[in-house]
Design a protein around this ligand. Structure first.
Ligand code: SF4
Ligand code: FES
Length: 232
C-alpha cells in the first residue's frame, strides 16, 4: 500500500497475454449477488460488500481458477488462449430487432449477453412481451427488463428511427432527483457524478422524464423518492 509522500500507483486494469487481469491502484473489489423472487426469477443486483485488496491483485480471466475470482495459475496448465474473439462489427450490424409492437422497438446484441436472465420471468420472455407491447402494462415490463439487463445487450426506442436507450437508469434517476431538488446547473451535477459532461446529465434527466410517462412502477418509485427527500 502506498504511504504518505510516495506517488500513488495509477488505477488501471492490465489484460495480460493469455493470462489474468492485473488490477492496480487499490481498486475495491465489489461483490454483487442476484436477488431472485420466490420462483427463482432474477429481480435485481445487490451489493454484498466491497473488499480492499491492496495496491495490486490478480483476477482470473481464463475461467478455470480454483480460487475465483482470483488467478491461481491454472491458466498455464490449461494453456489458456486469450486471443480476442469478440464480434467487432459495428453495434448496428450485430443487433437484431425483436418483432412486435411499433410502440417500442427492442434490439438485442446477442454477442454482449451474459445470460443473467433479467429479460424474462416465469410467465413470459421479453420476446413474448414485445409482441403485446401495444398494451402500456406490457410495454412498461419490457422497459423494466431492458433497464435491468446488466450487459448492455438490450436497447429500446419508443419510435422507429428514434434514439436507442441503453440502461443506465439508477444514475439517471439520481441525476433527475438532483435536477428536481437543487438549483445546481447541469455541469455542476455532471461534476458530482464523476466529471460527466452536461449533455450526459441532460440526457439522463430527459430519459427519466420520458420513462415516468409510461412506466407506472418507475413513476411511483421516483415520486416516493422525491417525497422522502423533500420531507425535512
Ligand atoms: S439479454 Fe441482458 S437480461 Fe437478457 S439474459 Fe442477456 S444479459 Fe441477461
Ligand atoms: S487466469 Fe490465471 S487461473 Fe485463470
Amino acid at each position: 500500500m502506498s504511504t504518505e509522500g510516495e506517488n500513488p500507483i495509477e488505477k488501471k486494469i492490465i489484460v495480460t497475454e493469455d493470462g489474468p487481469y492485473f488490477v492496480l491502484g487499490g481498486l475495491l473489489l465489489v461483490h454483487k449477488m442476484q436477488v431472485v423472487s420466490e420462483y427463482g426469477e432474477p429481480l435485481a443486483w445487490k451489493t454484498e460488500g466491497a473488499r480492499e485488496l491492496g495496491e495490486c491483485y490478480v483476477l482470473c480471466r481464463c475461467g478455470n481458477s480454483h480460487e475465483k475470482p482470483f488467478c491461481d495459475g491454472t491458466h498455464c496448465k490449461v494453456e489458456f488462449d486469450g486471443r480476442e474473439t469478440a464480434d467487432t462489427r459495428p453495434k448496428a450490424e450485430r443487433q437484431v430487432v425483436l418483432p412486435g409492437s411499433e410502440k417500442i422497438i427492442v434490439r438485442r446484441d446477442e454477442s454482449l449477453c451474459s445470460k443473467s436472465g433479467f429479460c424474462g420471468n416465469r410467465l413470459a420472455t421479453i420476446d413474448q412481451l414485445v409482441l403485446g407491447a401495444d398494451d402500456p402494462n406490457l410495454r412498461s415490463q419490457v422497459i423494466a427488463m431492458v433497464e435491468r439487463c446488466p450487459s448492455g445487450a438490450l436497447t429500446y426506442a419508443l419510435e422507429a428511427g428514434g434514439e436507442q436507450i441503453e440502461p443506465d437508469l439508477p444514475r439517471q434517476v439520481a441525476m433527475y432527483l438532483c435536477r428536481q431538488l437543487t438549483d445546481l446547473s447541469l455541469p455542476k451535477i455532471g461534476l458530482l457524478f464523476g466529471s460527466r459532461d452536461h449533455t450526459t446529465v441532460l440526457h439522463g434527466v430527459n430519459t427519466v422524464h420520458r420513462l415516468i410517462q409510461t412506466d407506472r412502477a418507475l413513476f411511483d418509485q421516483v415520486t416516493a423518492l422525491l417525497q422522502s427527500l423533500r420531507t425535512p
